[in-house]
Ligand binder design. Structure first.
Ligand SMILES: Cc1cc2nc3c(=O)[nH]c(=O)nc-3n(C[C@H](O)[C@H](O)[C@H](O)COP(=O)(O)OP(=O)(O)OC[C@H]3O[C@@H](n4cnc5c(N)ncnc54)[C@H](O)[C@@H]3O)c2cc1C
Length: 382
């Protein structure tokens, strides 16, 4: 009996569960270790915050997918890995041994610069489960007049979406909350086209959101902003700070014995196998590749999924350990559809950009389709 351990129910792992449901290899015992029975879909999170979706619209039932695949679901988080000894420890104290391991645990938010804020003032966007549990309380506080100033730190697409979604949520709730977006100088939608940036700036202005091009530092009294052109930091009072400050690797990858880069991301080849331990595969945010254009995004995690699945199945079938059967080649550019508040979205693809309600409808169709596909897969393997 071979033991296949799937850790993290992320975007790529969904394809593995579907592949196992279609073709269950003999003599394999498979376990999915993940902290929640739901996989939350980050693409719909801003729409949920803004009030366009219910929570149940934005999540995939991992238990149903695992059942369909004959995989045992174990609700816990990995906290340590010994790659050499093929052992993984979870936060209940249970150890799991494996012949083959697939990691798709995503990433955490890098909050190091903000950690001095009072604990109840700082809300990291990841883990998504924790954010989804906390946001309705913040909205209730705003309704009760206990939250009057909210700042989002992070100038990437996620930070932009979150601050515009918060503006829409407060508008719908009739709450007067002062909103700010803090992005490092030159860091607003870095890597996107100038046109997309201008469209975002227009939306921020229309929603009354103050943009601060500065580096933010948390203090017990609020945010301190350090602007490149200014010697003394300025203060930005905030009752709630949402951190969307870039991805941070899980703390246990670097001590696992796996080859990782300096930031702790697991280094994989084009077949998404560890470059040091080929019986360990990894996809999604947790891994890194040498290829240009490979970024941390849901798009890459989704597209790497079928490759991860094919190579795991080949390894289970006893194929040659040195040759993965499939490779994932990232496209040079990805399409980003940025939700911008009231059922409106901005499209950004290379140097092209567009916006409007039609872009929202396009995004809505893609996102609902993604969820529906995985719901169907739990009933009829596709
Ligand atoms: C607001 C927001 C909007 C975004 N919108 C987009 C978008 O429109 N398009 C896009 O391409 N990207 C988007 N992203 C980025 C996207 O969320 C990530 O790149 C993507 O989720 C990565 O997928 P993943 O499979 O690596 O991890 P995830 O989807 O984060 O899944 C990780 C899984 O592992 C589980 N897990 C975590 N830690 C452990 C552990 N220690 N042990 C076991 N299980 C664990 C989690 O519960 C989860 O099930 C957005 C991000 C945010 C914050």
């Amino acid at each position: 009996m071979k033991r296949l351990l799937l850790v993290g129910g992320g975007h790529a792992q969904l394809a593995v569960l579907q592949a196992l449901a279609r073709r269950r290899p003999h003599g394999v015992e498979a376990v999915l270790l993940t902290p929640s029975p739901w996989q939350w879909y980050s693409g719909m999170l801003p729409g949920w915050m803004a009030g366009h979706y219910r929570a149940e619209d934005c999540r995939i039932d991992l238990r149903a997918l695992a059942d369909a695949a004959g995989v045992r679901l174990c609700l816990a988080s990995a906290i340590a890995l010994d790659a050499e000894r093929r052992m993984l420890l979870d936060d209940t104290g249970t150890t799991h041994d494996f012949d083959l391991l697939a990691l798709d645990v995503g990433s955490l938010v890098d909050t190091r610069a903000l950690d001095a804020l009072p604990t109840d003032a700082l809300l990291a966007v990841k883990p998504l489960e924790a954010f989804i549990a906390a946001w309705p309380q913040r909205l209730a506080m705003a309704r009760a007049g206990q939250l009057r100033r909210l700042a989002v730190v992070g100038g990437g697409a996620a930070g932009v979406e979150l601050v515009l979604a918060a503006a829409e949520a407060f508008r719908r709730a009739g709450c007067a909350v002062a909103l700010a977006l803090v992005a490092p100088p030159g860091g607003l939608l870095a890597g996107h086209a100038e046109g997309a940036r201008w469209r975002v700036l227009r939306r921020l202005t229309a929603a009354g959101i103050a943009l601060h091009p500065a580096r933010a530092r948390g203090t017990p009294a609020g945010l301190e902003l350090v602007d490149a052109g200014c010697d003394a930091p300025t203060t930005l009072p905030a009752d709630c700070v949402i951190a969307a400050t870039g991805a941070h690797a899980p703390p246990w990858t670097q001590s696992s014995g796996l080859a990782c880069d300096a930031a702790g991301w697991v280094m994989v080849d084009a077949g998404h196998r560890s470059v040091s331990h080929p019986f360990i595969h990894a996809a999604g945010d947790v891994c890194t590749r040498a290829d240009p254009g490979f970024a941390r995004s849901g798009v890459h995690a989704v597209h790497a999924g079928p490759v991860l699945a094919a190579n795991l199945l080949a390894a289970l079938a006893g194929g040659p350990a040195s040759a993965p059967v499939r490779s994932y080649r990232p496209r040079p550019r990805s399409l980003y559809l940025i939700a911008s508040g009231p059922r409106h979205a901005i499209a950004s693809w290379g140097r092209w950009s567009a916006e409007g309600r039609w872009v929202w409808r396009w995004k809505d169709r893609i996102d609902r389709g993604f969820i529906a596909r995985h719901r169907r897969a739990a009933i009829v393997p596709v």
